[in-house]
Ligand binder design. Sequence first.
Ligand SMILES: Cc1cc2nc3c(=O)[nH]c(=O)nc-3n(C[C@H](O)[C@H](O)[C@H](O)COP(=O)(O)OP(=O)(O)OC[C@H]3O[C@@H](n4cnc5c(N)ncnc54)[C@H](O)[C@@H]3O)c2cc1C
Length: 488
Amino acid sequence: MNHMPRFETQGLAALEARLSGDLEALELPAKPWVPERTVGGRRVHDVVIVGAGMCGLAAAARLKLLGIDNVLAVDAAEAGREGPWVTFARMETLRSPKTLAGPSLGLASLTFRAWFTAQFGEREWEVLDKIPKDQWMAYLVWYRRVLDLPVRNGVRVTDVRGEGELVRVRCEGAMDTVLLARHLVLATGRSGLGGAQTPRFLEGIDRRFWAHSVDRIDFGALAGKRVAVIGAGASAMDNAATALEAGAGSVDMLIRRREMPRINKLTGIGSPGVVHGLHRLPDEWKWRFLAYAADEQVPPPRASTLRVSRHPNARFLLGCAVHAAIEENGALRLETSLGPLRADYLIAATGFANDLSGRLEFAAIAPHVRTWGDGRQPAAAGGRRPGFSDAPDLGPDFEFRERVTGSCPILRRIHCFNDAAMLTHGKVSGDIPAVSAGADRLARGIAAELLAADVEAHFERLQAYDTPELRGDEWVDAAPLLVRDRAS
Ligand SMILES: Cc1cc2nc3c(=O)[nH]c(=O)nc-3n(C[C@H](O)[C@H](O)[C@H](O)COP(=O)(O)OP(=O)(O)OC[C@H]3O[C@@H](n4cnc5c(N)ncnc54)[C@H](O)[C@@H]3O)c2cc1C
């Protein structure tokens, strides 16, 4: 097949015209069809989305295309600063390959590739290796604008609870109000159902001496200092590299494993089968796949690892488990399986927890949310497993389930569209590769729920619909003639 450039460098205006033509050809967005609801004269939103990062935007876009347009997404971050990309992500480029269709929802002109080549051309595309993280953020900003998605920034959701059949969502910040929603989507990101996971031994240690990798860190202040980083994942490398580039005196990578993970197992079997089928496998199989992948661990990207190892003052300490941290003479003494180590500053790149009770905004619903550890966990899994046993046990539309039936019925209208959904739904609500499939699953589920909830109104519409397709002048009823002829 000849290689022909598929996207031309005609600028974003031309791309946007093309996208608009594509949508028109596909009759998208569908006409709004959900009956309007008000309570005491107040408008009820069909869907409120907490979080306007990639998942929140993809969900808002898919709902819009399905004709569900009474939607609002809110994000605590300023516009253009949602998610990790230009805040605590300290890598230079994305890990993901540039060719992924990401949140484009099956529309070629909505892909990163179309956006990039429209501005920089096919030749630049060919030489682009990985997507610079700031550029990915710029693409998401465009995605939101070109689809005219309803997002309010600077708005933090601080409380979520049921009010009859509706979800009551308390918002603070740029919009100080209470929203009522028929469905709530939690697109709150990797830390969305908990927060940073921090080793116990750091409890009580003065924050002058340590940070989690998601924290704001003054890397300039680490110049000349002894820095230790716990972890061997992407964030561990990116934080270590940033400290080294800022002039850290030394950086020790404290890696519990004796071997660095080298193979990205789940990426290796990525396929439409896994995207659309993993969530329908028996629970035993889901658990086996995901627990195996978690045990094998995801390696840090090669470029991020080289970004650390090229510094002569960086040490990779494998088989180095940290047991304790003690403040001593204005620094930390770390007790490790390789003996004591001293550090002026420690960065814990130790990931995120599924701990809903750790999020104040979900305090009202947290005690009622059923987790896999509440009975869904397969017997063969053995005992409790952090990150798995505490994962929410979700329904087919990402909806929460109640721990005790009847204790918090509103949970079935609250959809967990973030990383914590992985055990139930596979990897479709966090990373770039399958986010369109996840958004589609979510939006179709909500569409079906909205139809069912208004079934009487839709039936009335059916009965009331009276636009004829035939005028009555297209035929003549020959039956009377036939009857007359037979009679004569
Ligand atoms: C450092 C880092 C690098 C990554 N690199 C990659 C990569 O290369 N490829 C890949 O596929 N994935 C990567 N990921 C995974 C990444 O998190 C997702 O791809 C992407 O950010 C997921 O989007 P999201 O919408 O789920 O979450 P986010 O982008 O984190 O967005 C969540 C949003 O929710 C908002 N929010 C949360 N709580 C509230 C509240 N109470 N009120 C209002 N707003 C709220 C936050 O402000 C945030 O903007 C990376 C993650 C990290 C942490």
